[in-house]
Design a protein. Structure first.
Length: 406
């Protein structure tokens, strides 16, 4: 079997490698999903869009590069960027979750209005799903909207809303059809965060910074056409978004990129004069993680091939989220350990400190624990993989009445 790239792909590989060599120094350090993209991130994004290294397959009329999907091309671009430790572009909830959702189930008008500004990093979105009483049981959402004068009037509370404190827009799951039951009564609305009646209260995490929020909605008015699909289709749309969220959270390319950064770190740091990359305990951990990252990468390629063939990957997508978030946590834990004494002191002093490498790894490490829970906890992913993928018996639901037999 010949696994070498043919001439077309070798040419692309050379082209991307050349771009990374000549422009890589302009790359921001991270995908920047946890804050508003700064000037450097926006300029980098612009450059990637211009060269077709970002949004390569999004139609031109929506601001993308307009090429047909070619899995090998995407794999080559991702590989060159991630193994050089160069940012593959902005990854946030708008770009990685809402844009593919709109392209899959949104209207042409919605795509024309939102896709371009979102992929350019100009419009930032947050996800209004979780509520105090509905996290894992998402369909139990109680936030509701009634229709009045051509508007939805929304009332309720969301929680753990990442980025709501700097977002421009929210994609929101709420109850509109009271008579249609738990799943059938939901709708998916696009809500401007500047609308009167939205109150965002930041929640400080163990990083010492506010990364997510409580979001209160009181009589928030949204024009009736700001709905994706139709009233009552919200559960379907929400699941389309979840499908992409799982890929974002466990993204194998992000893992490869971070692995390259850990390897660099292990070459720079030392213990009693020995570079940490040569110390057997650390090296052993690194190699195990490297194996897992490679496995994730090939699993990701399998999903891409299925997508290109129009096949549904089903629960195989959940493995990306489940494994990817666990590997990311082990990677940043290794980085913090390798930093030794420099990895111990931690004093959050706001955004500026993220330029300090030790602090970046510490923040990532604390945040990575959250991502094992966010977007559906590992327990929930295992349940779904077990029940729908492996055909194991379903777990009893809370509705089952336990008590003495009659
Ligand atoms: C860092 C971070 C960012 C987030 N960002 C967002 C966001 O932007 N927007 C948003 O809407 N939400 C966000 N979330 C919320 C996230 O989706 C929820 O935390 C998650 O779905 C779990 O819901 P919960 O917190 O209500 O926990 P619960 O559902 O109350 O679960 C509590 C515990 O019980 C376990 N559990 C629950 N049900 C079962 C079951 N059936 N079987 C086995 N175990 C079970 C869970 O695994 C968990 O350990 C974020 C969360 C985190 C940590």
């Amino acid at each position: 079997m010949d696994l070498a790239y043919g001439p077309k792909y070798r040419a692309l590989q050379e082209e991307v490698r050349g771009f990374v060599r000549s422009h890589g120094h302009l790359s921001p350090r991270t995908g920047g999903g946890r804050k508003r993209p700064d000037k450097r991130a926006l300029a980098w994004q612009h450059l990637l869009l211009q060269h077709g290294y970002f949004a390569r397959n999004i139609p031109k009329e929506y601001g993308g590069f307009g090429l047909p999907l070619d899995v090998m091309e995407l794999a080559i671009i991702a590989d060159e960027f991630s193994s050089a430790g160069v940012s593959p572009g902005i990854m946030n909830q708008g770009i990685s979750m809402l844009v593919p959702t709109l392209l899959e189930v949104g209207s042409k008008e919605q795509c024309a209005k939102w896709v371009g500004p979102t992929i350019r990093g100009e419009v930032i979105w947050c996800q209004g799903y979780s509520e105090p009483g509905s996290g894992s049981d998402l369909a139990a959402a109680k936030t509701h909207a009634r229709v009045e004068d051509g508007h939805f009037i929304i009332n309720g509370q969301k929680i753990w809303t990442s980025s709501a404190h700097f977002a421009d827009m929210m994609f929101l799951l709420c109850r509109t059809e009271t008579e249609k039951g738990k799943h059938g009564g939901l709708s998916y609305l696009l809500v401007p965060m500047s609308a009167p009646g939205i109150d965002v209260r930041p929640l400080v995490t163990m990083t010492g910074r506010a990364e997510f929020n409580e979001t209160f909605l009181t009589d928030v008015r949204v024009p009736i056409d700001q709905i994706v699909m139709r009233r009552g289709d919200g559960w379907h749309v929400a699941n389309v978004t979840l499908k992409y969220e799982r890929l974002l959270l466990g993204d194998p390319n992000k893992l490869t990129y971070r692995l390259a950064r850990v390897i660099e770190l292990m070459k720079k740091t030392s213990l009693e004069g020995v570079p940490t990359i040569q110390i057997p305990e650390y090296r052993d951990r690194l190699l195990r993680i490297q194996g897992e990252v490679l496995a994730s990468k090939f699993h990701g390629l399998r999903l891409l091939s299925e997508q290109a063939k129009g096949e549904e990957s089903g629960v195989r997508r959940l493995i990306v989220k489940l494994n990817g978030t666990m590997i990311a946590y082990r990677l940043s834990s290794l980085a913090v350990d390798v930093l030794g004494a420099a990895g111990l002191p931690y004093e959050p002093k706001g955004e500026a400190l993220e330029d300090d490498e030790a602090t970046t790894w510490q923040i990532d490490n604390m945040y990575d624990i959250g991502l094992i829970i966010g977007g559906g906890s590992s327990n929930i992913q295992r349940n779904i993989i077990g029940e729908r993928g492996l055909g194991l018996p379903r777990e009893p639901t809370a509705d089952i009445k336990l008590g003495p037999k009659e």
